[in-house]
Design a protein around this ligand. Structure first.
Ligand code: ZN
Length: 279
């Protein structure tokens, strides 16, 4: 298999683990070639193409404010966002090699089922109908839900806003993973709602590092009196949980709720809080 076939294999890859192995082989092959610059540029161009075409499809055909990627499209989006940027060919190849190793150290084969694209679509369409969620919370940008069929060593998902990723806009990106086997009792949908909770936090503060003190006061008065004393990173997670519960409350998705440490009447307060923020 020559280096061009290797690029093709990366673009058509179905999961990030085999993709990491392919990237390592690509680096080894590309190092031997004289046209290294062209090969590196070709790799980056080829992973961009499927992402751009599916984005255009979501925008024009489905007329949605969010798009869901899975399979090779998810892998290409993931690479496009996380691959080191191009510098000199040799340095870039070295960085790709380190990056591939980091993927192998971080991800493993999926230990539980990952969320399905249909499930993400059903939840987002519901929230959009109910609250115009994507339009408001993603601030006019396109939310990207990237489903990766792998287990992350630490988390079930992440939410981040990426600058300069396709078109230079502030893109809200959700990476959704298969949860660990035997880990915390949760559901893939519950993880999605938790990440949407982080997005809602971003919506009200513009930066999830900013902890809204009024909100902390409300939650601590209601149910977690020691919340003001815990470190900010834990407060952030609690805020995401509170919003997740509020978003799920009294909806068809309540059955996915695994936040058993909150009382029923507390969940009602969270639902009112979320409604107020999104009204
Ligand atoms: Zn979180």
């Amino acid at each position: 298999m020559d280096v061009y076939d290797k690029i093709q294999e990366i673009v058509l890859g179905n999961d990030i683990i085999s993709c990491a192995h392919d990237l390592q082989e690509f680096v080894q092959q590309a190092r031997k070639e004289t046209n290294r610059r062209k090969l590196v540029e070709m790799l980056y161009e080829r992973i961009t193409e499927p992402v751009v075409s599916s984005l255009m499809c979501s925008r024009s055909v489905a007329n949605k404010k969010y798009c869901v990627f899975n399979g090779p499209f998810a892998v290409c989006s993931f690479l496009l966002i996380t691959l080191p940027s191009i510098t000199t060919p040799l340095l870039t190849l070295q960085q790709i090699e380190e990056y591939a190793q980091e993927l192998l150290d971080t991800y493993s084969a999926p230990e539980t089922p990952v969320i399905t694209p249909d499930s993400v679509t059903e939840i987002m369409d519901y929230l959009d109908k109910e609250y115009d969620f994507s339009n408001k919370v993603f601030l006019g940008n396109m939310g990207h839900f990237i489903i990766l069929n792998a287990t992350h060593k630490d988390v079930g998902g992440t939410f981040s806003v990426y600058e300069g990723y396709i078109g230079g806009r502030r893109t809200p990106v959700f990476f959704l993973y298969a949860n660990k086997e035997g880990g915390t009792d949760t559901t893939p949908e519950c993880i999605l709602f938790h990440e949407l909770g982080h997005a809602l936090h971003y919506y009200i503060t513009g930066d999830t590092n900013i902890i809204p003190s009024e909100l902390i006061a409300t939650i601590s008065a209601l149910c977690l009196p020691r919340l003001p004393d815990v470190p900010p990173y834990m407060q952030r997670e609690i805020i995401a949980d509170v919003f997740a519960v509020g978003l799920m409350r009294n909806t068809p998705f309540e059955r996915f709720d695994r936040f058993t440490f909150f009382e029923e009447h507390e969940k009602d307060v969270f639902a009112r809080l979320v409604k107020e923020i999104l009204s």
